[in-house]
Design a binder for this molecule. Structure first.
Ligand SMILES: Cc1ncc(COP(=O)(O)O)c(C=O)c1O
Length: 386
């Protein structure tokens, strides 16, 4: 029989995150710092709105773009937060999470062989999605020396005649890095000079601590060359509802809508009504969760540093990304042995790109007392192997 699997799909390795969860799932008394989603339940008013929409008979497809009220509320929300203006009729698309938004953004804009610059460490789907869309990911390493921020000079070195797109993801998963406005302005200038499209995944925009999030599309001259991706999964604790959005100039958004229309039809209807309620009434809940993440963030960063696992201070998302160099282990071995010996799960940094090696991702979307206990176990482990 022929080999039916496409060769470009074979080049994509399975996610390095799954393996540890599969092992952890078979063990008791595990503390997981491996999870990339809020531990909080969805705020009750959002759940009520989703359920109410079902009871009201909203069980059909919606407009391909998503319900207009949600797009209108989103347009107001983005303008209020960042001063960016999008026409709800033509420049906003409601998607099945940022996952789908990323997929349609790449599928709608890449020609086969187009190069996409992807800073690493990055979200595990970034490189595979570029490949699925026929593009070629060109990775640029970020490092702790620059607070895991991307420098325009690094991007400039990699731009070729085939480069079409720069994929940004800040606040960053897995490092927690937030880009300063100045560094983003440098990147904006470069994007203009080299005529790049910027796809900016800002799913963690609401989860920043002591700094301001800069929306890339709001920078001078960037609106017209930016696809802004955002969502509800993280800030509103709505991962299971599967709702995100894309905002872009009408011509690009129209192309994305075409891909979305033929592959997805419309995002889940009850989840769209729930997301609408989230925008209308859940700001307090967002701030409450953000405050609690911040408390845990300070606990985990201080704790990791005090046990000798040097940890850069993350300013966004809900991840700490300590170096495990002092143990002499690589990040795979560290994660596996920590899991086996102390029953603490974290994710090897190299799962997010080769420059993540020597680090592990510890999520603090876990209860405060669990983080305290995890730190005690990690201290024992570090002492044994330091
Ligand atoms: C950077 C980043 N982008 C996108 C996603 C996917 O989010 P969604 O649930 O909206 O598909 C995640 C999830 O972990 C993420 O970390």
């Amino acid at each position: 029989m022929r080999d039916f699997v496409a060769s470009h799909i074979k080049t994509v390795p399975p996610s390095g995150i799954r393996r540890f969860f599969d092992i952890a799932a078979t063990m008791d008394d595990i503390i997981s710092l491996g999870i990339g989603e809020p531990d909080f339940p969805t705020p009750p008013e959002i759940i009520r709105a989703g359920v109410a929409s079902l009871n009201a008979g909203e069980t059909h497809y919606t407009s391909n773009s998503g319900i207009l009220e949600l797009r209108q509320a989103l347009a107001e929300h983005l303008e209020r937060l960042y001063g960016v203006r999008y026409d709800p009729e033509t420049e906003l698309l409601i998607t099945v999470g940022v996952s789908e938004a990323l997929h349609v953004a790449l599928a709608a804009t890449l020609e086969p062989g187009d190069e996409v610059i992807v800073p690493e460490p990055c979200f595990v789907s970034s490189n595979p999605e570029v490949v699925f869309a026929g593009g070629v990911p060109v990775n640029v390493p970020t490092s702790v020396e620059n607070d895991f921020q991307l420098l325009a000079s690094q991007v400039e070195e990699l731009v070729t005649a085939r480069t079409k797109t720069l994929l940004l993801g800040y606040p960053n998963n897995p490092t927690g890095a937030v880009m300063s406005r100045e560094r983003l302005l440098d990147i904006a200038r470069l994007a203009e000079q080299r005529d790049l499209l910027v796809i900016s995944d800002e799913i963690y925009d609401r989860l920043v601590y002591g700094v301001e999030h800069t929306c890339f599309a709001a920078l001078p001259g960037m609106w017209q060359r930016t696809v802004l991706l955002g969502g509800f999964s993280k800030a509103y604790a709505m991962t299971g509802w599967r709702i995100g959005y894309a905002a872009a100039p009408a011509e690009i958004l129209g192309a994305m809508r075409k891909v979305h229309q033929y592959t997805i039809m419309s995002a889940p209807t009850m989840a769209q009504f729930a997301a609408l309620e989230a925008l209308r009434s859940s700001e307090e809940a967002v701030q409450e969760m953000r405050g609690r993440y911040d408390r845990r963030r300070r606990l985990i960063v201080e704790g990791l540093n005090s046990i000798g696992l040097a940890c850069f201070e993350p300013r966004g998302a809900f991840y700490a990304f300590p170096s495990i160099a002092v143990t002499g282990m690589d990040d795979d071995e560290f994660s596996e042995r920590l899991l086996m010996e102390e029953k603490v799960a974290c994710v090897p940094g190299s799962a997010f790109g080769s420059c993540g090696a020597g680090h592990v991702r510890c999520s603090y979307a876990t209860a405060y007392d669990q983080i305290e206990e995890a730190l005690e176990r990690m201290a024992r482990f570090a002492q044994r192997h330091g």
